[in-house]
Design a protein around this ligand. Structure first.
Ligand code: TXA
Ligand code: MG
Length: 321
């Protein structure tokens, strides 16, 4: 049993040099700070500090076997922690900073707290593109562990208010950077030997990865060896039940539209049918629908480009719990 989380008067830090400096001071002191990234808000702690890393698991109610992504300022800092095979380096050069996480074998001298990788021999690494996340990483000067800043299993946060709704009183501060522009978590790619394997659909589409690599990626399910243990069937869950691919909502359902022709929808992912806009709005719309406390029905979203990651999150939100 994790010990009960300490209670805090969670500070809201402003998106300026003072807010960044205060966030860095909290990280140095071993405290937890939610930071905006281009994907979702992350719950950040010093990845080398075992107590700080343990506090992440406690604050989120996260199972101990679900490891954390380590955020660094650039490719050199990533290579100080892990052995990136050549295709990983190629992907890093193509997509970092940005919404791509690479899973690679730890170096012997990594210096990370063991709980960061949940005792595994590979570490998940990401260089975020958000200017506030970059400013914090550069000033902090070390690796930062950060899962999404939501209670385990709930809807991911794309605004400071979402972080506070889930974790207020459990963390020292949130740096308020407004809405996250990508809105979906990073794509996770692992390597079997040198062969890239897609472990989680996310903010970089499989099509974009294939173009950079010159070859399509294998899906994790096809190999069965590499896994991202956080990919549970039920996740991103609103409190109310959620139905997918709905073109005619039932009475009493909150209908979330996509594209033209959803004029009766209370909320829309994108009225024009733009997948980037839908990705950016997905979690915000789910938070809003959930606040209304009625069953949720979502219009079909095409299974292409960012639509693959959007549908992945929607299927997990709809899964039986
Ligand atoms: O965009 C993102 O990736 C956001 C922002 C904050 O960077 N972070 C995020 O973290 O989505 P989280 O913890 O919600 O999801 C991380 C996923 C989980 O499925 C976890 O199991 C997997 O990455 N993961 C992390 N470290 C791993 C490792 N060493 N081996 C296998 N899977 C790992
Ligand atoms: Mg998460």
């Amino acid at each position: 049993m994790p010990s009960p989380a300490r209670t805090f008067d969670t500070e809201i830090l402003t998106a300026d040099a003072g807010g960044v400096a205060r966030a860095v001071a909290f990280l140095r002191a071993g405290a937890l700070v939610a930071l905006p990234t281009e994907t979702v808000y992350g719950l950040a702690a010093d990845a080398r500090n075992p107590e700080a890393v343990a506090a992440i698991y406690t604050a989120k109610g996260r199972p101990a076997e679900n490891p954390l992504i380590v955020h660094v300022a650039g490719l050199d800092a990533a290579q100080a922690l892990a052995e990136l095979p050549p295709p990983a380096q190629a992907l890093a050069r193509a997509f970092w900073p940005g919404p791509l996480t690479l899973l690679a074998p730890l170096r012997a001298d990594h210096g990370l707290a063991e709980a960061v990788t949940a005792g595994r021999s590979r570490v998940a690494l990401r260089v975020p593109a958000h200017p506030l996340a970059r400013a914090v990483l550069q000033a902090f000067g070390g690796p930062v562990a950060a899962p999404s800043a939501n209670p385990s299993g709930r809807i991911s946060p794309t605004r400071a208010a979402h972080v506070l709704a889930g974790l207020s009183g459990r963390i020292a501060a949130v740096l308020d950077g407004g809405a996250c522009p990508v809105g979906l978590e990073s794509t996770i790619v692992g390597f079997e030997g040198d062969a890239p394997v897609l472990l989680r659909a996310g903010g970089v589409s499989a099509e974009a990865l294939a173009e950079a690599l010159g070859t399509p990626l294998r899906a994790a399910a096809a190999t069965g060896v590499l896994t991202a243990p956080g990919q549970l069937p039920s996740h991103y869950a609103p409190r109310a039940p959620l139905r997918l691919d709905v073109t005619t909502p039932a009475p009493g359902e909150i209908w979330i539209g996509f594209g033209p022709g959803c004029d009766d929808a209370v909320l829309s992912l994108s009225v024009t049918g733009d997948l980037s806009e839908a990705a950016a709005r997905l979690f915000e719309v789910l938070h809003s629908a959930d606040a209304l406390g009625q069953p949720i029905a979502v219009a079909p979203v095409p299974e292409e480009g960012l639509g693959v990651a959007i549908n992945d999150r929607l299927r997990r939100a709809a899964a039986p719990r």
